[in-house]
Write a protein that binds this ligand. Sequence first.
Ligand SMILES: Cc1ncc(COP(=O)(O)O)c(C=O)c1O
Length: 432
Amino acid sequence: MVAVGGLAVEEIAARFGTPLYVIDRDELVGRMRAYRAAFGPEVTVTYAAKALCVTGVLALAAAEGLSVDVASGGELATALRARVPGARLVFHGNNKSDEELAAGVAAGVGRFMVDSFDELDRLAAVGRERDEPVDVVLRVAPGVEAETHAAIATGHDDVKFGFTLSAGLAHEAAARALAEPGLALHGVHCHIGSQISSLGGFTAAAALLVGLLADLRDRHGVTLGELNLGGGLGISQTADQVEVDLRAYARAVTGAVAAACAARDLDLPHISVEPGRSLVGPAGLTLYRIGTVKRIPGVRTYLSVDGGMSDNPRPALYGARYEFAAAGPAGGGRAGGGRAGGAPAGGTRMVSVAGKHCESGDVLAHEVALPADLGPGDLLAVAATGAYNHAMASNYNRVPRPAMVLVAGGEARLLVRRETLDDVLALDVPLD
Ligand SMILES: Cc1ncc(COP(=O)(O)O)c(C=O)c1O
């Protein structure tokens, strides 16, 4: 029996339907606590809401004492709905609109993570206008090549985010912000990428940003007190991917900051980290029902499920790999009698798991070993889908997005209700 939160997944699927996102509350809250414990009370842990931005999850993060990073007006609105105090919000984005900036100001956002000279000027104007400086931190591109997929690397020089350190843009932005009465500059930030499992990039970035803080002190006589080192810690999505120990990560990062500060005789800044994936990713799983099987003799077998790239675009976008497991026949199983509890009756075979969308690229996994007798009606569970699945979901092919449930202690409750076709059609304006 595949179970989560004290419930058999067959039971959850029968009650809420498929595809379905399932969040294990104990795993999620446990990870939030583990982060806080690994870094200790001196470091602020800020949940990067983009990984999974739903009201219930942000409320849990706030209740666990985390701050929250939002990266759009929509994420800001979700955080406010979850009653995250404005002061515990940081607002990211490389092209925040005037409306988003105004919404952030109205919400009393704790820190605007300024990403461009244009944004710097806009926020300075807001600060002068209201006669109270806007609290800002500069996002810096430190020039660190993170060991991850190019689409989720963000710390190198040629990137759309932030002020590129090697080009002198970070120093220039800091000089402008410090001279600007409409801004209160508190520190610097970097985020080098996502799904990173070697620590070298994080420590290199930390040292570079401490170097920047020391340069700014030497040039301007001002010691900025805040250093936000972003998120990016990788998780294990398949058996061959090893998850970095959280305490080793915390030690490496705080140690690198301390060493770089000692080398430049700089006071230790207040450190923040901004994890997303490593908080929510392993806490989520997705349940699908198999609908059709295509066997191409001598080539491959495709099991097609009732979701796909609309609920998890990551395999198609950048080759993300996941672990699949047979989770038993839900709701009575397939015609002809299903297996009980996912136990293989006739060994396993390598198959591809395809989605239902009109793209050959809509394949969730190319080569996974699954019970050979899986067929229509059987349930598949996919592990570690809590991050950047629901958050990146679409209505491609006008497929309604799945529901999401939170499970714990044998109870399940909705976090997001299933979209209906009426929801999907609601925004269309008929021509007559
Ligand atoms: C600025 C910023 N901080 C934090 C994160 C979270 O990264 P991760 O989910 O890899 O921890 C991201 C992700 O893209 C980001 O852009």
